[in-house]
Design a protein around this ligand. Structure first.
Ligand code: FAD
Length: 548
């Protein structure tokens, strides 16, 4: 089945009718990947997400597929080893959206961590990757650092280490998993909120409210996987004897124009106030700084960027790039995510482990929390291993183990087994469009699905035009999002499918009316619904940080 808004009535009807082996609550990376793994193992699966697919923490990360160099300091060697192994696997399975990125780790006289220690750490990092990373680390002399990172403070610079990790589009990574799950037969519904769980019997019942119609339905499953990320305690809180699982922390990123911090490599900065690592990251045609790490209470949906968050990140930039004079006024977009960290005995939020916890509760509900985007495939696999026993006990198929397909390419990565194949695809797209930048963007956003976007252009040539002159995004992507990628609201397209919210200097305000028109035509919106969508996107932007 396609992951299309037009299929929604049929999906909802199925959700109310069928008894599934597995019902998954939460369409973040863990839930979407578990749905994919479930259908690959031959289970029937339903995935219900309260908002857009991937709209929770999984589209608000630093977007790195990384071993997590800083976990070395905490001696979490197992986590780093697992992460670098998954990094290698993902770089093959999703070649289009998991791309190598050079990092520069500058070291100054008086830094908490000296050059020798960083170098040792780098060696260990490469060793844990069995020396098979994209490139091995190398030492950079102070003069070289200034060449690679223009504008970096030179005073007291002792040198740097250059190494590679990978960047991704986190929201699209989730989407690709959801697409694979739907193609494999999973019933995937967004804007479907779980309001109650009835466990403890053979067939569990998940009470779901369709947020678009207001109607409720009971979804039945042999087991339930709660993959609600930072909402875990809220979802489980409905059941008796619930003990708090999480110690959530908030992480903020700020986006500034590239000209203000023109970096091509990522830079690892140690914050002058607390020595925490803060990244400076090239982000499409912009630059991103992140992240903060502060305890968070309340509904994760309300997490927002404060002036204090922005100032904290600017302080790190001022230390490393004093001549940039970056100020609050340069920040044109931000995002805030909540880490679903598992409770730990520490006062320092940054010291809480990123390891996941997977447990089967006495009523037969499997819960997953914590973890990293990078290790999602292994987490999903472990969730399925835990669910398998409950499914079998509840009269479902006997226990099934991990299958090879779980390591196979995601939909956009199919046919792109080598870098040459990706380049070939880019060349083909380029020859069909007169705009190499657009061709490259389509190639990296959709991979082998990109020709499908061009089919829309064949039907309607006006969709080949750029949405904005300075961004390589085209109108066809809006129609494609509504038709093939389950975009049901204006924000789904603006924030996650195109990322205009973070890439356009006006956050997409200037094109919102046309986007709403194109979406409305696809999804049969009334005039009132179209206006409501525009107003709701405006509200969303008004909540984000403004220098006022
Ligand atoms: P989520 O993505 O939050 O998914 C849970 C979903 O459940 C949500 O979509 C939510 O809407 C849904 N839900 C909640 N309640 C209900 C309900 N009642 N009914 C239906 N659905 C419901 N990891 C990395 O590997 N690399 C990084 O660079 C990185 N950077 C990070 C930076 C920040 C600032 C943060 C916050 C995290 C970062 N992480 C990173 C960690 C990673 O993003 C998370 O571990 C991961 O995204 C968590 O995924 P999840 O599926 O558990 O949660």
């Amino acid at each position: 089945m396609a992951l299309s808004g037009n299929e929604r009535p049929a999906v909802l009807e199925r959700l109310g009718r069928q008894i599934f082996d597995l019902v998954i609550v939460g369409g973040g990376i863990n839930g979407a990947a578990a749905a994919r793994a479930a259908v690959l193992r031959g289970y029937s699966a339903a995935l219900v997400e309260q908002d857009d697919i991937g709209s929770g923490t999984s589209s608000r990360s630093s977007r790195l597929i990384h071993g997590g160099l800083r976990y070395l300091e905490q001696m979490e060697l197992g986590l780093v080893f697992e992460s670098v192994s998954e990094r290698a696997l993902l770089a093959r399975a999703a070649r289009h959206i998991v791309r190598p990125l050079q990092f520069v780790f500058p070291v100054y006289r008086g830094d908490r961590v000296g050059l020798g220690t960083v170098r040792l750490g780098m060696w260990l990092y490469d060793a844990l990757a069995l020396f098979r990373n994209y490139e091995r680390h190398r030492k950079l002399a102070p003069e070289e650092v200034s060449q690679v990172v223009p504008g970096i403070r030179e005073a007291a610079l002792r040198g740097a280490l250059g190494y590679y990790d990978y960047r991704t589009d986190d929201g699209r990574l989730v989407l690709e998993n959801a697409i694979a799950a739907a193609r494999g037969g999973a019933a995937v519904a967004s804007y479907a909120r779980v309001e109650g769980l009835e466990a403890g019997r053979r067939i569990k019942v998940v009470n779901v409210r369709d947020r678009l119609s207001g109607e409720t339905l009971a979804v039945r499953g042999r087991t339930v996987l709660c993959a609600a990320g930072p909402w875990t305690d809220r979802v489980l809180g409905n059941s008796a004897r619930h003990q708090r699982w999480l110690r959530p922390t908030k992480g903020v990123h700020i986006v500034v124009p590239h000209e203000r911090l023109p970096v091509k490599s990522a830079v690892v900065m140690q914050h002058p106030a607390d020595a925490r690592v803060v990244f400076l990251l090239p982000f499409y045609e912009r630059t991103v700084v992140g992240t903060t790490d502060t305890d968070f209470e309340g509904d994760p949906a309300d997490a927002n960027t404060t002036v204090g968050d922005v100032d904290y990140l600017l302080e790190a930039v001022a230390q490393y790039f004093p001549s940039a004079h970056l100020g609050r006024g340069d920040v044109f977009a931000t995002w805030a995510g909540v880490r679903p960290l598992v409770q730990a005995d520490t006062d320092d939020p940054s010291a809480v482990s990123r390891e996941e916890r997977i447990e089967t509760l006495p009523g037969g509900v499997v819960v997953v929390a914590g973890g990293k985007l990078t290790t999602y495939r292994r987490i999903a696999s472990a969730c399925l291993d835990a669910a398998a026993d409950v499914i079998a006990e509840a009269g479902g198929p006997p226990r099934r183990h991990e299958v090879e397909g779980e390591r196979a390419p995601l939909p956009g990565g199919e046919g792109l087994e080598t870098e040459a194949r990706l380049e070939e695809l880019g060349g083909r797209l380029s020859s069909r469009l007169n705009d190499p930048e657009v061709a490259a963007q389509l190639c990296h956003a959709y991979g082998s699905r990109a020709p499908q976007v061009l089919e829309l252009v064949d039907e309607r040539p006006e969709l080949a035009g750029r949405m904005l002159p300075d961004l390589p995004l085209v109108w066809a992507q809006v129609v494609f999002a509504a038709r093939e990628e389950l975009a049901l609201s204006l924000a789904d397209v603006m924030v996650r499918r195109t990322q205009l919210t973070y890439r356009a200097l006006d956050q997409g305000r200037g094109v919102a009316v046309r986007v709403a028109k194109l979406m409305g035509d696809e999804l049969s919106w009334s005039e009132a619904k179209r206006k409501e969508e525009l107003a709701s996107y405006d509200r969303l932007l008004s909540l984000s940080f403004r220098n006022e």
